[in-house]
Design a protein around this ligand. Structure first.
Ligand SMILES: [Zn+2]
Length: 304
């Protein structure tokens, strides 16, 4: 039999280890994960389920994530039905009470943000529209990044009170950096306020609204619905009549139709990352905007 002292010592060691173990955070999307890393620093371990090169509505939910979610202390999701097609089976199979609905370890970000394009009538997902509760691509407004950082600091602090102040301070520093950058991006984009653009999916609406660009149309007739030839042939003359010269889309979407439309209107097609990891250059949240703003400015600048 072990002496009592060594049993107590062992128990204390386990307790000490648990106190200092990193919070195990799972984010559905890489943007949420990137902001979580800014806030949590070395006190948390972050895993993102989706890759930046995937359609956020149709993520390849590999079964290995069941085990990852089983070990999680906290799950961050966007909500507004963004992950409805792939997250619920993973969470159900993970059987982890910490991350179930209404637990402190389950954060639904859309609850803390003002969503664009919230339908005024009920939208049935069976009709194909994948934005039934409004536009869920809210991380493309840097001002929303700030709200997310503050919310995550609260959520981490609630689970790990010893480091609550650390999380709050990190969120504050991150938000200060974002404010400075936001002023810089706004300045760069200001000559192009009011410019009309087209996107493939309604994924850049928050970016457009933040910087005063106007969405003149989308290649998809509705979010998640592929365009028909008749839809495209009615879109092209309208874009021409409104003198629209720029199409924005993520590189993982089909290229053929937008290339055809770009040619028909005599415009440019710009491939942009819709999130962290959307290309190899955008490895953190601020880099997404540095990259996208520079690309849009270069495309809209009058050629000499
Ligand atoms: Zn969408």
């Amino acid at each position: 039999m072990k002496p009592l002292a060594s049993i107590i010592l062992a128990a204390l060691t386990v307790a000490a280890f648990n106190t200092h173990a990193k919070l195990n955070v799972v984010a559905t999307l890489p943007d949420y994960g990137a902001i979580a890393e800014e806030v949590g620093g070395d006190k948390i371990k972050v895993t993102a389920i989706a890759r930046g090169t995937e359609d956020q509505h149709f993520v390849d939910a590999r079964p290995s994530f069941v085990r990852v979610l089983n070990q999680a202390d906290l799950l961050i999701e966007g909500g507004a039905d963004l992950e409805i097609g792939w997250l619920p089976p993973l969470v159900n199979n993970a059987r982890n009470p910490k991350i179930l609905a209404n637990s402190p370890g389950h954060v639904i970000l859309s609850r803390y943000l003002r969503l664009l394009e919230v339908p005024t009538v009920t939208v049935d997902r069976s009709m194909g529209d994948v934005h039934p509760y409004g536009n869920p691509h809210f991380t493309l407004d840097p001002a929303n990044g700030k709200i997310i950082a503050s919310r995550l600091a609260e959520a981490f602090g609630a689970l790990d009170a010893a480091n609550a102040e650390f999380y709050r301070a990190n969120a504050g520093k991150f938000n200060e950096r974002l404010d400075k950058k936001l002023a810089e991006w706004t300045g760069l984009m200001s000559p192009f306020r009011g410019t009309k653009v087209v996107t493939y999916h309604k994924s850049f609406d928050y970016l457009l609204e933040r910087f005063g660009l106007v969405l003149a149309g989308t290649i998809e007739p509705k979010p998640g619905i592929e365009p028909s030839p008749s839809y495209i042939s009615s879109l092209i003359p309208r874009l021409k009549s409104e003198d629209v010269k720029l199409i924005l889309m993520e590189s993982f979407r089909p290229h053929k139709t937008p290339e055809y439309v770009a040619q028909a209107i005599g415009g440019k097609l710009l491939l942009l990352p819709g999130s962290v990891g959307g290309n190899e250059k955008v490895t953190d949240y601020i880099a997404v905007f540095d990259y996208n703003v520079a690309q849009i400015v270069a495309a809209l600048k009058p050629s000499k």
